[in-house]
Structures are given as structure tokens and as C-alpha cells.
Design a protein around this ligand. Structure first.
Ligand code: GLC
Length: 713
């Protein structure tokens, strides 16, 4: 449809019909077999059956034939035959499930995540969907928060690259194209800063911290063309995001240039009453529309109140028209007026979903997402030696996260199944029962090497799944103690949705492989890496704390005026009496099966003036015996500026693949824009002075050089 035709359509719609477009319910109300996927509390909506019937969009149901039937029924009844929007949470895969987003962050390869998102879009589109509620772009620094698994970590620069890549993967250049869906940047804003890591909790951020760190990834997702943004549940500095007019109209739409559809999170509009910022649903409706929220997800706040608010002159119908025009425009961008079924195709569905190519991509992404935290040389495994695979994850199919709502665990390849595909595995035994310690000890005693597959349940992370303790589940630590008491050669394979306290695991294991929730091809990928068919290359996208008392802990922190010097453990400095300041494993850390030597940082100049660029170089050499990939990371510190700057910030990385003995150069270009930051007067710019630059294999690298910036004020 043309813009003019949309305008004509809008003008022809009744007020109630327009308001119906702003209402979204879970799809289960629309199908008989009630197999809708519900995420979040279903609430007493208090709307008429007609409102339900005419809701402009539904969430949480999939299936080509099912959604074609729903669409057909709906359009027949809809007075202008306006098509419905079908939305769902396709966070890290539709039916082919990729590693959870935090694991994808560990790949340090947004380009690969773009491919994963593209496959997810293809499977979702052929199953009738139009919109996915992804990517989640929340900055996370607190491992207690269950939804860290849904983010790509603690670094704004890395998160920004992932946000843009995932939007591109889902949407392509034109979301109308076959195999593409509309993406939704969420949760705006600052949701990851929930106090004490408790989900839905209060968020207090200074304007500086919000803008300089938390908004970056949302901005990159929006700049990449995301068609939708979702509000967050939290208050931001005292005002619930969903009714926060300054945040949504001035910042999101005014400054960040978002002109798409703004949808509330599930029930979030009505929750402004519970927050104590709306006296009742009526006020929530008034505040929501003034904030520019276009779709009310799963409450009747808009449906039951907007009409009377307009009729009583409390709300200008122009606001409704603006919202409905954005909704109609999104439907138009998806081509739904010409083809309301878009890519829904029951035959294609059978071909595309979980096809070999998609599984292979899932396997590659999983391999690259694993982070080798410890290895004294016991890995890669020698399966000619007697090896006992022990622990609950040896035969578990629960390898997908709590945000793989359209995935099926029965599709997952277990570790045991992967091992049993090996040609010769007579030296392998399995003991998957985590409760029978005697059996586990027996198996361990008989073996040369133990592979212990343990970790959190997927239910222990995700939404409403914050934890006050960051331990590996107690019964599995018992298993580790029992096994390591009779066999010192233990390799721990760890499944988890968040950084955990791994102090004892580190003590008792000779190798620790972090596999997160690896997705449908988890078992194959784990064995590929354990046996050395693929060398591990992942790097931590989020710090693993020494213990929960250290949280929030993140690498790009400020110095303080009394920083603790490495090794000094006394004096009036910023430190703990009982634990170190440093995390157990830092951002950017990860081992491989080989060794790399990185040369001192060489700068092509010692001074950089406005308009100039500076190049920092290192040579990377594989000094080990096997091929491997080193993710060389560049960090910069603005040593002295008008506001305190982090002790270092990631400003570039390169994955260097090297054969044994091979050497390559890694060059990083530094320009003035890279050094710009938000000043106290609200301007963004760079400032002259000293800059330190590090290039190395983690955020703790000491491979440093210095340059001076001489910039025009
Ligand atoms: C949930 C989540 C949000 C999700 C939405 C729809 O409560 O907060 O991320 O997209 O509801 O399922």
C-alpha cells in the first residue's frame, strides 16, 4: 500500500477499530487446541469478547496452517480486512536452536550471529510469524540476574555489534523479503541494571551512565533498522519505562530516531499502577499513549479506556492516529496488505525447519561459543584411554535455554549420542545418574579420565529466575567431590545460563569447558571440542566473579581514587578484607589447545591530531602444536578527561586463525570518534591528553603502549 492509501484507510476507521489495533493478546485465545506458548502471567483482562476478536496482533502461537487459518478468520471479521500481526519470542532460534545469546557473545563473532538470526527468521517466517521479540540489547553486569543469558554481555561495544548484526539477520534489508521478520530491540531501557540482580526490580541510573553505557546497544539495533522496540518492566529513576514520556518520546524517538512501533512488555502498562505511578488502568492508558506506547501487550488498559478518554477530550485522537499509523506502516513494511500470509507455507515448513544446513550452523556456533577456562593439558581427550562420561548432562536433552520457547528438547543431540557415533568407543563408559555417588565413584575409579557434565538447569536462568547464590547445584558439587576423590583426571563440562562461582570446580578439575546452553547440536559440538576436532576459541563476554559478594563485577569499571594495586593487600584502598577485587575469570578470557605469542604493541605515531588516525599493531604467533584461533582484543583508556573514564574499554578485536608456527599481524585503526564520550555538559566529544592502548588475549592484558591525543576543542 502507498502512504496515501494507508492514510485513507486510517481516516476511514472508527475510533474503536483503531484502538483494537493497539491491543495484543496471547494467541491461545485464537486457536481451539490451546497449544499457545505463554510467557508471563496471564491477567484478568477485563475486555469485551469483541475486543479480543479484533485485537490487531497476537503473540506466542506458531504454525503455518494454524496462523493462516487465524488470519483468514480474523480478516473476514475485521471491518477493513486489515491483517493481523503474528509475534513470538524467537530469541536464539525457532526450531533449530542456536547457543543462548550470552554464549553467542562468547563467539566474538557477530557475523555468525547474523547468520543464526537469519536462519531463525527463515524458520519462523515459514511457520507464519511476522515479528520476533529479539534482540535483547540490555547491558548486564550482575550475574544474579536471570536474564543475563539473553544478553551478549557486559561490554557496550561488543553488545552494539551484536545488536546490529541480529537485527540485520532477522530483517535483512527489507523485512518484506521471503524468510525475513521484523525484529524488536528490547527492553527499553536499563532493564539489566535491576537492583540486586532481582528481576523486575528498581533501576536507578545517572543520566551519564544510562547514555554512555546502557543506551549504546539499543541505539545500534535501532540504527540497523529495527522495526519495533519493547518497553522494559522496570522503573527508571522512579518512573516505569512504559509510562515514561521523557524516555520514550524525547530520548527514544527524539534523540535516538526511532520511528517504528513501540510495544509494552507483557502487562507492563497495567503494572504502572502496581509501581504506584498510575492511579488506575485509566491513568495508565493516558500515560501510556502520551509516552507513545503503540501496542498494549496482554492487558485491557488501552481497549477498556482509550475510547472514553478521547470522547471526554482527555486524550487527543491524534495520538491514537499516530500510533495506529505506525502499526499499519509496520504491517505494510511486511507486505501484509498484499500478502497477509507472508511466508507461511505448510509444505516449505517441513523442508526448511531443522534441515541439515541449519543444524550444521548450530553446531558451528556452539563450537565457537565454548570457553576453555582451565586445561592442564588433559584436553583434547584421548579416547583410546578409558574415559567415563559422568553426570546429569551426559544424557540430558535440556540443552536449550528457557528462552527457546519454540524449540524442542527432543531435537537435541546429547553428549552420549555424539560419543556413540564415534567409530571406536569401547574404552568409554557412561554414568548419567547424578544421585548414585557409589556408581559414579566406581565408574571414575575404573577410568583414566572422567568427563563430568554438570551445571544449572535451564530453569535457573531466564525471566523471573534471579539467584542470590551463584553456586553449581549442591548435589552436583557432591558428585564432583566424590569423583575427584577417586580420580584426579577430571574434565568438567559446564552448562549454565550465567557466570557462576567456580572456585571449587577450578580446584578439583584439570580442565573446565564452559558450554552454556549450546542448543540443538550441543552434544556434537561438545564432543568436537573435547576431542580436538575443533579447538576451543570462545572468550568470556561477561566476568565470572570470585564469589557472589563481588557482584556486580565488570572489567570496564572506574579507577576510584584509591585503586588497589595488584598484589597489595593492605592500606586504605578500595578492596575487600576477605576476597580479591579481580573476578575469577575476566571479560575476554578463554584458552585454546595451542599457545600464542603476541608481540609488544607498536604504534605508527605517538601523537594523534584531529582528523588523523593512529594504527596499533601486534604480531600474533602460534607457538603451539595445533591450529587455533586467538581473539586479539584492543582496549583503550582515556587517562584523564573531564569525566572519569573506565580503566579500559574494548575498542576492537580480531579473530586470528593460525597453524602451528604461523605468524600474522593484527592491526587496529584508532580514530578520534573512538575516543569520544559524553561530557558533563551533555555534549559528546574527545578530549586531548594521554591515552593508553592494550592489545592482548583478554581484558587483563598488560601489553601496553601510550599515545597523546591533541584535539581541537
Ligand atoms: C516477557 C518478556 C519479554 C517477552 C514478552 C513476550 O515477559 O519480558 O522479553 O518478549 O514477555 O513473551
Amino acid at each position: 500500500m502507498t502512504e496515501k492509501e494507508l492514510q485513507t484507510l486510517l481516516e476511514d476507521m472508527t475510533l474503536q477499530e483503531k484502538i483494537d489495533q493497539m491491543f495484543q493478546v496471547v494467541g491461545m485465545f485464537y486457536i481451539k487446541d490451546n497449544t499457545g506458548i505463554e510467557s508471563g502471567p496471564a491477567q484478568e483482562l477485563g475486555v469485551t469478547p469483541e475486543d479480543f476478536d479484533m485485537a490487531g496482533s497476537i503473540l506466542g502461537i506458531t504454525g503455518a496452517q494454524r496462523l493462516m487459518d487465524v488470519q483468514k478468520r480474523y480478516m473476514k471479521k475485521q471491518p477493513h480486512h486489515i491483517p493481523m500481526l503474528f509475534m513470538a519470542d524467537i530469541i536464539h532460534g525457532f526450531r533449530t536452536i542456536f547457543p543462548m545469546p550470552l554464549a553467542q557473545g562468547a563467539m566474538f563473532e557477530p557475523e555468525l550471529s547474523e547468520k543464526c538470526a537469519s536462519v531463525a527468521a527463515k524458520e519462523a517466517a515459514v511457520s507464519g510469524l511476522h515479528v520476533t521479540f529479539a534482540p535483547m540489547c540490555d547491558l548486564v553486569r550482575d550475574a544474579r540476574w536471570g536474564r543475563v543469558m539473553e544478553s551478549t554481555g557486559e561490554d557496550p561495544y561488543l553488545n552494539s555489534r551484536y545488536a546490529a548484526a541480529m537485527v540485520r539477520g532477522f530483517q535483512g534489508d527489507d523485512m518484506k523479503a521471503p524468510g525475513k521478520v521484523c525484529s524488536c530491540v528490547k527492553h527499553f531501557a536499563g532493564y539489566g541494571a535491576a537492583e540486586a540482580g532481582r528481576d523486575y526490580n528498581t533501576v536507578e541510573l545517572s543520566e551519564h551512565t544510562l547514555r554512555e553505557y546502557y543506551l549504546k546497544a539499543y541505539q545500534e539495533g535501532i540504527s540497523a533498522g529495527a522495526g519495533m522496540v519493547m518497553t522494559s518492566f522496570n522503573t527508571l529513576n522512579g518512573i516505569p519505562a512504559s509510562v515514561n514520556r521523557r524516555l520514550m518520546r524525547d530520548i527514544l524517538r527524539g534523540e535516538m530516531g526511532f520511528d517504528g512501533v513501540l510495544i509494552s512488555d507483557y502487562g507492563a502498562l497495567r503494572e504502572s499502577v502496581v509501581h504506584g505511578c498510575s492511579a488506575d488502568d485509566r491513568e495508565a492508558a493516558e500515560k501510556g499513549i502520551r509516552a507513545g506506547v503503540d501496542i498494549d501487550m496482554m492487558t485491557g488498559v488501552y481497549s477498556a479506556n482509550l475510547k472514553s478518554l478521547v470522547e471526554e477530550g482527555k486524550v487527543d485522537e491524534k495520538l491514537i492516529d499516530e500510533s495506529v499509523m505506525r502499526i499499519l506502516t509496520l504491517k505494510n513494511r511486511l507486505g501484509l496488505f498484499e500478502n497477509p500470509y507472508k511466508d507461511a507455507d505448510p509444505e516449505q515448513e517441513k523442508e526448511v525447519i531443522l534441515c541439515g544446513e541449519h543444524r550444521q550452523l548450530a553446531r558451528e556456533a556452539a563450537q565457537k561459543s565454548f570457553v576453555l577456562l582451565e586445561n592442564d593439558g588433559i584436553l583434547p581427550l584421548d579416547l583410546k584411554k578409558k574415559t567415563a562420561f559422568i553426570g546429569p548432562y551426559v544424557e540430558s536433552r535440556e540443552l536449550i535455554s528457557s528462552w527457546a520457547v519454540t524449540g524442542k528438547t527432543e531435537d537435541c543431540v546429547t553428549i552420549r549420542e555424539a560419543v556413540e557415533e564415534l567409530p571406536d568407543m569401547e574404552n568409554v563408559v557412561f554414568c548419567a545418574d547424578a544421585t548414585d555417588l557409589d556408581k559414579a565413584r566406581e565408574a571414575a575409579r575404573e577410568a583414566d579420565t572422567v568427563v563430568l557434565a554438570i551445571g544449572e538447569s535451564y530453569r535457573q536462568s531466564g525471566e523471573a529466575a534471579s539467584r542470590g547464590m551463584l553456586d553449581v547445584p549442591a548435589e552436583q558439587m557432591e558428585l564432583l567431590r566424590a569423583v575427584s576423590a577417586v580420580n584426579g583426571n577430571v574434565v568438567v563440562v559446564l552448562f549454565n545460563g550465567r557466570p557462576l562461582d567456580l572456585r571449587e570446580v577450578k580446584e578439583r578439575a584439570k580442565a573446565v569447558l564452559e558450554v552454556w546452553f549450546p542448543g540443538t547440536e550441543g552434544g556434537h559440538a561438545i564432543l568436537d571440542v573435547l576431542t580436538g576436532k575443533v579447538s576451543p576459541s570462545g572468550k568470556l563476554p561477561m566476568s565470572f566473579p570470585y564469589c557472589v559478594g563481588q557482584v556486580p563485577v565488570y572489567y570496564n569499571h572506574f579507577s576510584t581514587g584509591r585503586p588497589q594495586q595488584k598484589g597489595a593487600d593492605a592500606g586504605y584502598v578500595s578492596r575487600y578484607l576477605d576476597i580479591p577485587n579481580e573476578p575469577l575469570y575476566p571479560f575476554g578470557y578463554g584458552l585454546t589447545y595451542t599457545a600464542f605469542d603476541i608481540s609488544p604493541v607498536a604504534l605508527d605515531k605517538k601523537e594523534m591530531k584531529t582528523g588523523e588516525k593512529l594504527t596499533a599493531r601486534v604480531s600474533v604467533k602460534n607457538t603451539g602444536k595445533t591450529a587455533g584461533t586467538e581473539t586479539v582484543q584492543m582496549y583503550i583508556q582515556d587517562v584523564s578527561a573531564s569525566v572519569a573514564r573506565p580503566v579500559r574499554e574494548l575498542r576492537g578485536y580480531q579473530k586470528v586463525v593460525l597453524e602451528p608456527g604461523e605468524e600474522k599481524e593484527a592491526a587496529f585503526e584508532i580514530d578520534e570518534a573512538m575516543l569520544a564520550f559524553l561530557r558533563d555538559d551533555g555534549t559528546v566529544g574527545s578530549e586531548s591528553g594521554r591515552f593508553r592502548v592494550w592489545i592482548g588475549s583478554s581484558s587483563e592484558t598488560e601489553n601496553e603502549a601510550e599515545f597523546t591525543g591533541i584535539f581541537e576543542d
